[in-house]
Design a protein around this ligand. Structure first.
Ligand SMILES: Nc1ncnc2c1ncn2[C@@H]1O[C@H](COP(=O)(O)OP(=O)(O)OP(=O)(O)O)[C@@H](O)[C@H]1O
Ligand SMILES: [Mg+2]
Length: 251
């Protein structure tokens, strides 16, 4: 489903290489966790998957369902089923969240050759999905993310994900800033979306999230490369011992 092959990528503006020969394979239905020290390139990888123009792929490839997505712009990637929940969700002043959601859903439907959603159907879908995430409908009348608390922003990200039903979900530190109850709600929301033909890349610093969203594989990203892969026990090992040993072995 997702295959990243010997990927090298740099910051477009100044040519600093951030991703340095990264290899990763995520199967259909797999939940892969990405861990790694601050600054190792995790968010950069998520931006590159989403197609952000601030980064330039210099070599290697990203295959999604067997086809390279490197030439696709962010909208095409979204339409083909790639979704990114940001570490720092962007605020969109002036655009009510409901309007944003409707526009996003209809853009995706259009790209797939489907009809626009009728307003009552749209509202029904949003109410259902928001209810599961304990999101108050009043909040959705406000401009997207503007003045939302940290946890509300993360929930709004998962709401978008639920409504767009992507094939590949990249979650960048969705657990950061969540209170204990919200962590459970968001994790349950993610788990409810787990299915055979949907894959997840879950970027996190903490084993705690992985107790709720149990991963099939765990990968350690360091200096732009995957330096170790394992199953969920790798996350436990990291929690107990930190990164020093694994980094030492890879060096
Ligand atoms: N646009 C940019 N301009 C300058 N430096 C950048 C840019 N984007 C990324 N970097 C640098 O690339 C490195 C990787 O950053 P990235 O945000 O991907 O790390 P991360 O693994 O997500 O870290 P964290 O765990 O703190 O979220 C950092 O050293 C960062 O400063
Ligand atoms: Mg990051």
């Amino acid at each position: 489903m997702l295959e990243i092959k010997n990927l090298h990528a740099q910051i477009a503006e100044d040519g600093t290489e951030i991703i340095r020969g990264l290899n990763l394979k995520v199967e259909q239905g797999e939940v892969a966790a990405i861990m790694g020290p601050n600054g190792s390139g995790k968010s950069t990888l998520s931006y590159i998957l989403a197609g952000r123009e601030d980064y330039e792929v210099t070599s290697g490839d990203i295959l999604f369902n067997g086809e390279s997505i490197l030439e696709m712009d962010p909208a095409e990637r979204a339409a083909s089923g790639v979704f990114l929940a940001f570490q720092y969700p962007v605020e969109i002043p002036g655009v009510p969240t409901m309007t944003f959601l409707k526009t996003a859903m209809n853009a995706q439907r259009k790209a797939r050759g489907e009809d626009e959603l009728a307003t009552p159907d749209f509202i029904k879908l949003v109410k259902e999905a928001a209810g599961k995430l304990s999101i108050n409908m009043e909040m959705l009348k406000r401009p997207l993310n503007v003045g939302f608390s940290g946890g509300e922003k993360k929930r709004a990200e998962i709401l978008q994900m639920a409504l767009l039903s992507p094939e590949l979900c990249v979650l960048d530190e969705t657990d950061s800033g969540l209170d204990i109850d919200a962590l459970k709600i968001v994790s349950d929301g993610v788990n409810a979306l787990r299915e055979q033909n949907r894959s997840f890349l879950v970027i996190t610093h903490y084993q705690r999230l992985l107790e709720h969203i149990v991963p099939d594989s765990v990968h350690v990203l360091y200096k732009g490369q995957i330096i170790q892969s394992g199953d969920k026990s790798l996350a436990l090992e990291l929690e107990a011992n930190g990164y020093a040993e694994i980094i030492g072995k890879a060096a």
